[in-house]
Design a protein around this ligand. Structure first.
Ligand code: ADP
Ligand code: MG
Length: 738
């Protein structure tokens, strides 16, 4: 190998030549029966029964079921029980595990080991360590909360989510799920507000359920998420600084074969990825995450997993935990998991569909169509209230899914659009319009016809026919639950679930007020309910849309209907601070005004930082990878042209070379100039004091003004420059090497 060849062994070519060796790395494990390992790393109630005294066990159960406080002496017994269990599994350290507003999870490890005052070494885990900890929280975002109140943060045990053990290599750590709050009471995480929203919805939904069934005393929220992700070879990913630093490729020309054949969807899973999936699934099962489906997604190298649904707070924990587990296990397989919403331009992005419903303690799914007129009416009530909630608070729901990476999906010509609409299917559309068409008529015997419809049989059948079309809807009814599809793949679902729970709670409260008012005027209960349902259908029908959500016509139609279409995060976030929003969250006890302001600030700051990092990475790659590669190739061309000239050949023999040379030059000049201008634009933006104005500047003056244009010219160069000189792995390598 000559010296020149050596120099060309960039990370890219090294990675490519090693890929076949690495693919052997698959950690193959004998398959275990799932039931044999399910929940083995979780302090389940069954384990608790074994490790706790009767008193401690009962107290824990009451606390989980009814949310009652556990007193200190019992907490100390529980702590001992948890430690005994953890030690029996070889655990030496514990941590309070929480979900700070950075969007990842946080841990602070402490050992059970301690010294008594006389120097005796013991292992200990007391009530205080279980219940409350003070992480050094100064580096977690608090949106100015901590500065304002000079308040430090502390983590507090959340008994509703069971403790679990995380294995990293040979180390095992006991994780205590906690909420993260400031001493002044403001929440600093995603979990505390979620729990508050669940409580708000519980109260409001129980009140409404009692119209139909006095036995209902608790309503829980259920969530089944579907997580999409990409899997890429680790060495190739490492050769892409943009993937490592931004989670997405900022450059990259479309491969000859993209997803146009759609042959990846439901195709067989590549062996290497399959080994990875089996491995992370095993870890997930031990952690009690009930994964059930795995399959290829539409895009090449894209996959999806989904668990059986659970109570929303557990489901959110499990999703956050799984994102960690996946990333960790991928390393063992020399793979990288990309949870970014849009890692590759021109290729489908990743979402996290949130399947949401409500269930009573009498075992009824409130969004499952009923079998009798009475249960039909209950179904219609919750169904219509949810639609009304989405209609009334569409802007706040949109704000809940706003993030820099999700803008690449929602704002672009890809599912789902930034316009929030609700899909219910033909059959239910008809039911709704039947109810609506009785305006002015009295509801007496007539409504019986509607309520006697065979909803529970007809709806699921009809939903099946419609699944293809409704893929384009951001919020779709899918037979016995709503599916919120606009959530980003890297998001913490706690944010959107908190909003959804709160808006539905608020609407149900209003519903009860409205129905009670009619009953007071002398209406029969069922008649009053039908009237309010009808009123709500009329008021919210403009949010219903059955057509193609990606189409140009829908964008026009939505505008005509007055539906908001907020394409960028800095603007979409405004809804959080509106008067409507403040009233909504305060009256339901979910966010105070201060908390909303803090969160708004944090989201804006995250946005700014992400765009800033991308801009820097673009500049770095353009100047240090792209232009040098182009220059090298230009020199080759020049050598060639000069050689041909010297040999006395006519210009016609190097005409093409000259043309390529010129083309490359043109793109290079633009790239260089634009990168320079982009840096200047960033400097101006950085000097803006107001966070919102700064975020808007980053969106319009940096991102929109330069990203696409710089990328366009870089991608052109990728097509022009000799492949040997190109240092960044290309899409065809990232996406199709197995
Ligand atoms: P698919 O949409 O692929 O046909 P399902 O409709 O069975 O599959 O479920 C999709 C997701 O919805 C799964 O994660 C499932 O657990 C969840 N899900 C099903 N029923 C409910 C419910 N009542 N509440 C919340 N999530 C649910
Ligand atoms: Mg689905």
């Amino acid at each position: 190998m000559g010296p020149k060849k050596q120099k060309n062994m960039s990370l890219r070519f090294n990675a490519i030549s090693n890929i076949s060796k690495e693919s052997e790395a698959g950690v193959s494990k004998p398959s275990t029966k799932i039931t044999g390992i399910f929940g083995e790393s979780v302090f389940t109630l069954k384990t608790a029964r074994e490790f706790l005294s009767d008193e401690a066990y009962k107290s824990l159960v009451t606390s989980i079921r009814g949310g009652k406080k556990i007193d200190r002496s019992v907490a100390s017994q529980i702590a001992n029980g948890i430690r005994a269990w953890a030690e029996s599994k070889g655990v030496t350290h514990f941590t309070h595990w929480f979900q700070p507003l950075t969007g990842t999870t946080a841990e602070k490890h402490d050992s059970f080991f301690t010294l008594k005052s006389d120097g005796t070494a013991i292992e200990e885990f007391d009530a205080a360590a279980l219940i409350q900890q003070e992480p050094d929280a100064s580096s977690f975002p608090s949106g100015g909360l901590r500065a304002t109140f000079e308040a430090r943060g502390y983590t507090a045990w959340d008994p509703s989510s069971p403790a679990f053990i995380i294995e990293t290599g040979d180390g095992k750590t006991l994780c205590i799920p906690t909420i993260f709050v400031a001493y002044t009471g403001e929440s600093l995480d995603y979990k505390a507000p979620l729990l508050k929203s669940v409580e708000a919805l519980n109260k409001a939904a129980v009140d409404v359920c009692n119209y139909f069934d006095k036995n209902v005393s608790k309503v829980t929220v259920t969530l089944g998420w579907e997580q999409e992700y990409f899997v890429i070879d680790e060495a190739l990913a490492t050769a892409r600084p943009d993937l490592i630093q931004c989670g997405r490729t900022v450059f990259g020309a479309a491969p000859a074969k993209g997803q146009q054949l759609e042959d990846h969807y439901f195709g067989s899973i590549p062996e290497r990825v399959y080994a990875f999936m089996r491995d992370y699934e095993q870890e997930a099962y031990k952690l009690g995450i009930p994964l059930r489906t795995r399959h290829n997604e539409v895009a090449p190298a894209q996959f999806e997993c989904a668990p059986i649904f659970e109570e929303v707070n557990i489901a959110v924990d499990h999703n956050t935990l799984l994102m960690d587990v996946m990333s960790r296990v991928a390393k063992r397989h020399k793979l990288v998991v990309l949870l970014h919403e849009k890692p590759f331009a021109g290729i489908n992005g990743s979402g996290k569909h949130n399947n949401w419903s409500m269930a009573t303690d009498t075992g009824v799914n409130l969004l499952a169509p009923g079998k009798t007129p009475k249960t039909n009416l209950m179904f219609l009530t919750f169904f219509v209230n949810t639609i009304k909630a989405v209609h009334d608070y569409a802007d706040i729901l949109r704000a809940a899914i706003a993030s820099a990476p999700n803008d690449f999906r929602l704002g672009a010509n890809e599912a789902p659009p930034a316009i929030i609409s609700v899909f219910v299917g033909q059959y239910l559309s008809k039911v709704l319009s039947d109810v609506e068409s009785r305006v002015g008529n009295k509801f007496d015997e007539q409504d019986e016809a509607i309520l006697k419809l065979d909803l529970h049989r007809s709806i699921p059948e009809l939903m099946l026919d419609n699944t293809d079309r409704n893929r384009t809807s951001p919020f779709a009814f899918t037979g016995n639950k709503f599916e919120f599809r606009a959530v980003g793949s890297s998001a913490n679902c706690g944010i959107s679930m908190t909003v959804l729970n709160t808006i539905v709670a608020d609407t149900l409260k209003q519903f009860k007020t409205d129905v009670d008012a009619l009953i007071e005027k002398g209406d029969k209960k069922e008649i009053a309910i039908m009237h309010v349902i009808q009123k709500y259908i009329v008021e919210s029908k403009k949010v219903l849309f059955e057509g193609d959500g990606y189409s140009e016509e829908w964008h026009h139609e939505a505008e005509r209907r007055g539906l908001p279409n907020l394409k960028t995060t800095p603007i979409a976030l405004d809804a959080m601070l509106s008067e409507k929003s403040q009233k909504l969250f305060a009256s339901n006890g979910v966010y105070s005004h201060t908390e909303l302001e803090a969160r708004h600030e944090i989201e804006l700051e995250k946005y700014i930082k992400k765009v800033q990092i991308e801009a820097r990475v673009m500049g770095d790659l353009a100047i240090n990878h792209i232009l040098p590669a182009a220059i090298k190739y230009q020199n080759e061309l020049l050598k060639n042209i000069n050689g041909l000239k010297e040999a006395g050949l006519p210009e016609s023999s190097y005409k093409s070379q000259l043309a390529i040379l010129t083309e490359i030059s043109n793109h290079m000049q633009i790239i260089h100039a634009k990168v320079h201008d982009m840096v200047e634009a960033r400097k101006i933006a950085n000097n803006i004091e107001n966070t919102r104005t700064k975020a808007i500047a980053y969106e319009s003056q940096v991102k929109s003004a330069y990203f696409d244009e710089i990328r366009y010219h870089v991608d052109k160069l990728e097509h022009l420059v000799d492949d040997e000189f190109w240092t960044l792995p290309k899409y065809r390598e990232l996406l199709f090497l197995r």
